[in-house]
Design a binder for this molecule. Structure first.
Ligand code: PMP
Length: 432
């Protein structure tokens, strides 16, 4: 198809599934941290695909794993096991703190959260699920019901029993006074609301350790330990969703490790497949045994898929062999230095936050009032794309001014600096 025919055909035959619309380029090839459009132009990928291509595009180890698996063992009956499935379960147990030793392999993030929520309900015999008001856990029914930023309009009735607490957002928190963020009061307030609204059936709290889609929000030190305590006091399970943060991206194997807690259920997705649809639910013996006794049933066409598991296993091994947690910390420091330098020169950068290779900048009209600079954010990302850098804005209602920077862990220092230089130019160009 010519470029004109391509867009004409797309307009006539595709379902438009996202509010932001499609990026106006035809990407023909992707390799490492680079995308190449129909004109051969190179674009640095600061979104790692959909935050998923952790090792860069078409990493040789992944290409080999897929080629070998598709040629020898592609797909099986859902109740059949294979070496890659058991191998991935053991590999994840090796990288995780005890007692997170039991794994189930699925395809997508929403699906892994559906399974985790069902397990929590079965284990506790209760049904209410609590989440942060800015978290994102998926677009499927139960994961979407725990995702308050997704519009409910037109999709009712939504799964009942979903409650929220305020995201501990120190940048704009109402609990921030004189530069101090009283997160304990914010958490107590949230749980006072939960206790008042609950019908006495609290099953689980589901949380991202760093909220990504909601605007790169990192709850303060000590917060998750206090949240864990609130869950324990109420007999609720804690589900941690590391779709984006898991597997070295933030500088630790798992972001929750920084918080000194261990969840009852962990979900992994995006980064586990490094660009392919692979997800996992991990839990402990006790939750697994109780669910199994109660006839836990969550089969999908691709549960325990050998191809997906072979990819996941390759990702874990590649990260282990390359010590990518160290790499993410090193590149994360370079990224942070670059972003702080930009903040020193561009008044519209109100805040810089995040960890490792998951960082964000919040654009404001005025650093004192923190008024969001929504249109400016859109203009900056458009200018970046023109200049050869793809990054994106947190797409949620009310947070259109946060730029997310999450390049692959295999990006070179030169490409990271080149991306930052483009962002620098774009921040100036977009002012005109
Ligand atoms: N959890 C988190 C934290 C995510 O960021 C996402 C995707 N943005 C999901 C779950 C849903 O994953 P998927 O799109 O693969 O269903």
């Amino acid at each position: 198809l010519t470029t004109e025919q391509f867009w004409d055909t797309a307009r006539r035959h595709l379902i438009r599934y996202n509010r932001a619309g499609f990026v106006p380029a035809i990407i023909e090839r992707a390799n490492g941290a680079h995308l190449y459009d129909e004109t051969g132009r190179s674009i640095i990928d600061f979104t790692s695909g959909q935050m998923s291509s952790l090792l860069g595009h078409s990493h040789p180890a992944i290409v080999e794993a897929v080629s070998e698996s598709i040629a020898t063992l592609d797909h099986l009956f859902s109740g059949m096991l294979s070496q890659p499935v058991v191998g991935l379960a053991a590999a994840l147990a090796r990288t995780l703190p005890a007692p997170l030793t039991r794994t189930m392999i699925l395809s997508t993030g929403g699906e892994s959260n559906e399974a985790a929520i069902k397990m929590a309900k079965l284990y506790t015999g209760k049904h209410e699920i609590v989440a942060f008001d800015q978290s994102y856990h998926g677009s499927t029914h139960a994961s979407g019901a725990a995702t308050y930023c997704l519009s409910r309009s037109g999709y009712g009735p939504v799964a009942p029993g979903n409650l929220i607490i305020p995201t501990p957002n120190s940048y704009r928190s109402a609990f921030r006074k004189d530069g101090e963020h009283d997160w304990q009061a914010e958490l107590d307030f949230g749980f006072a609301m939960v206790d008042r609204q609950s019908v006495g059936s609290l099953a689980a709290f589901i949380a991202e350790p760093i909220l990504s889609t909601g605007g790169i929000i990192e709850p303060p030190d000590g917060y998750f330990a206090a949240l864990r305590k609130k869950c324990d006091e109420r007999g609720m399970l804690l589900i941690i969703d590391e779709a984006q943060t898991g597997l070295c991206r933030t500088g630790d194997w798992y972001a929750f490790q920084r918080d000194g807690i261990v969840p009852d259920i962990l979900t992994l997705s995006k980064t586990l497949g490094a660009g392919l649809p692979v997800s996992a639910v991990v839990t402990n013996d006790e939750v697994e045994a109780t669910c199994s006794d109660r006839h836990f049933m969550f089969t999908t066409t691709h549960v325990s898929d050998p191809l997906a598991a072979a990819v996941g296993l390759t990702v874990v091994r590649t990260l282990e062999e390359g010590q990518f947690d160290v790499t993410a910390r090193r590149l994360g420091e370079q990224l942070r230095r670059g972003l702080l330098d930009l903040q020193a020169r561009h008044d519209r950068i109100g805040d810089v936050r995040g960890r490792g290779l998951l960082q964000g900048i919040e654009l404001v009209m005025d650093r004192e009032t923190k008024e969001p600079a929504d249109d400016y954010g859109t203009q900056v990302t458009a200018a970046c794309f023109e200049l050869g850098l793809h990054l994106n804005i947190a797409q949620l209602p009310g947070v259109n001014s946060i730029l997310r920077l999450a390049p692959p862990l295999t990006i070179t220092e030169e490409d990271l600096d080149a991306g930052l230089a483009i962002l620098d130019q774009a921040l100036t160009i977009a002012l005109d």
